[in-house]
Design a protein around this ligand. Sequence first.
Ligand SMILES: N[C@@H](CCC(=O)N[C@@H](CS)C(=O)NCC(=O)O)C(=O)O
Length: 206
Amino acid sequence: MLKIWGRTNSVNVKKVMWAVEELGIPYERTDAGGAFGLVNDDAYRAMNPNGLVPLIKDGDVVVWESNAIVRYLAAKHGAGTLWADDPAERAMGDKWMDWPTSSLAGPFRDVFWNMVRIAPQNRDNAAVEHGKAACGTLFSRVDRALADHPYLSGDTFRMGDIPLGCFAYGWFEMSIERPNLPHLSAWYDRISKRPAFQKAVALPLT
Ligand SMILES: N[C@@H](CCC(=O)N[C@@H](CS)C(=O)NCC(=O)O)C(=O)O
């Protein structure tokens, strides 16, 4: 059985949980990271030397890095669903998988940590404002990309929608003002109705 390590309130763990729910893969999940610890144990570090979550073990195959895990599971179990067989179609969504990590995660973290994880009296309001403005600019690029297609992956929901969908949940659930981006909102509306999203991603922000 597929084994997954990670706490369910982590945006990176949510990507994996959403993918396994979409694909209907049986799994065993172990809480790890944050208050659950475990990530510095020798046995864990032997599998993931970074000491981060998520991590999976599928038979003898060990994978860390959330986007790599989603790609692995989609390639193995998602032909015609999460995984587009045509390389060009797959690349369309694939480029949006690493983009949240490379571009959005930094400013998003500034907003999320201050609004959700830090006590209000300790909030860095300047970081929130700066992060919100940067996220607004970045999400406007997503909005433009979604003007011509219902999904980041094209006409069909696929793995390329998963990583950004997890960040979008936090963005839309936080008590903040957001720019009006109609294509982004329509896409979020579509993905957030999916039962697998409801089960794996739409958890209370903590
Ligand atoms: N690029 C990595 C980042 C992994 C990462 O930073 N995970 C965070 C949780 S979102 C973590 O493990 N933090 C330490 C902890 O939870 O103990 C990925 O996408 O998997």
